[in-house]
Design a binder for this molecule. Structure first.
Ligand code: HEM
Length: 331
């Protein structure tokens, strides 16, 4: 390689270096050995029940990852999403992002009851969610990480937090990025964690607008590849069929890999919030390209899940360890 050429290569590598910043973050006050003495089998018990659930239904891996995300963006990772409605609790389960959509609650219940038998009143529901998300990622073929532990559970929920903090599929790129920044997450986190959409499903109602009326002028979203859009229309009509399900990564719907990013580059991202990573941000596009080209890099950056897992945990004597994840200890 001529000297000038190699200089150019080094210079361009350096130019891209900041984009690859995705070093593993620590769990802060949380640490993976938290239950080593108090409940040494905790992680094993969670893993085996998640494995059973995912073996029964592959989609459950996706649903459990999403539960953790929707928990962490509302008052921190405190299991607030698991609380059912009651006299004192206005449940987050009825929020726009969760209603008819969030799932996996029965699996969390099963894990909790097994843990209560093994070591009563010890392992928090918030930690169960974090561990389940990690196990689900591995079971679907993705990266593995040691999950920092020691979160405690909230004594309340926030319906408005759930409605306002969790990004919606029709939010603009800027709104989505702002919602991540409010949580202490950045652009790299946004792009890497959106890679979760390499598995799991979305309902017709979550992307219909793109098929028929993207900007209120009766025209589809032209940033969606038109053959693909045509196929989607077959099962996502102009009206009705709201709950019809579509895989988000039709190339490898149950496999955790970088094909989601390849699809984005082919204008075949299912949600508007997916496609805007390519069409609306000069800063996000190179990240999408890098993850599409390099699965290992995507996996490494996906370890930033640890950052998400570490959003405002309740620790020490804050909150409580619930005995049943669906309700606070004293109602
Ligand atoms: C960046 C902003 C995001 C938006 C706007 C968004 C939106 C959505 C929507 C609308 C669905 C389909 C829900 C339905 O139709 O029932 C979905 C599914 C999913 N999301 Fe996201 N999401 C985002 C980021 C994330 C992140 C950060 C994660 C994980 C860390 C994640 C994990 C998932 C998973 C795994 C599914 C499939 C769930 C299942 O099949 O049960 N999403 N998301």
């Amino acid at each position: 390689m001529p000297h000038s050429m190699s200089l150019f290569v080094v210079a361009s590598l350096l130019a891209f270096a900041p984009l690859c910043l995705c070093a593993k973050s620590s769990g802060g006050y949380l640490y993976p050995q938290f239950y080593d003495r108090s409940c040494p089998k905790a992680t094993e018990i969670v893993r085996s029940i998640v494995a059973k659930a995912v073996a029964e239904e592959a989609r459950m891996a996706a649903s459990l990852i999403r539960l953790h995300f929707h928990d962490c963006f509302v008052k921190g990772c405190d299991a607030s999403i698991l609380l059912d409605g009651s006299r004192k609790i206005t449940t987050e389960k009825r929020s726009n992002p969760n209603r008819n959509s969030a799932r996996g609650f029965e699996v969390i219940d099963e894990i909790k009851s097994a843990l209560e038998k093994e070591c009563p009143h010890t392992v928090s529901c918030a930690d169960i969610l974090a561990l389940s998300a990690g196990d689900s990622t591995v079971l679907a073929g993705g990266s593995s990480w040691e999950v920092p532990l020691g979160r405690r559970d909230s004594r309340g929920a926030s319906l408005s937090g759930s409605n306002n903090n969790i990004p919606a599929p029709n939010n603009t790129f800027q709104t989505i990025l702002t919602k991540f920044k409010v949580q202490g997450l950045d652009l790299v986190d946004l792009v890497a964690l959106s890679g979760s959409h390499t598995i799991g499903d979305a309902r017709c109602t979550s992307f219909r607008q793109r098929l028929y009326n993207q900007n209120g002028n009766g025209k589809p979203d032209f940033s969606l590849e038109q053959n693909y859009a045509g196929k989607l229309r077959q099962n996502c009509p102009r009206s009705g069929g709201d709950q019809n399900l579509f895989v988000m990564d039709f190339v490898s719907p149950a496999k955790f890999d970088n094909s989601y990013f390849k699809l984005l580059l082919a204008s075949k991202g299912l949600l508007n919030s997916d496609q805007v990573l390519v069409t609306k941000s000069a800063a996000a596009l190179p990240l999408v390209k890098q993850y599409a080209a390099n699965n290992q890099l995507f996996f490494q950056c996906f370890l930033n899940m640890i950052k998400m897992s570490n959003i405002s945990p309740l620790t020490g004597n804050k909150g409580e360890v619930r005995r049943i994840c669906r309700r606070v200890n004293s109602q």
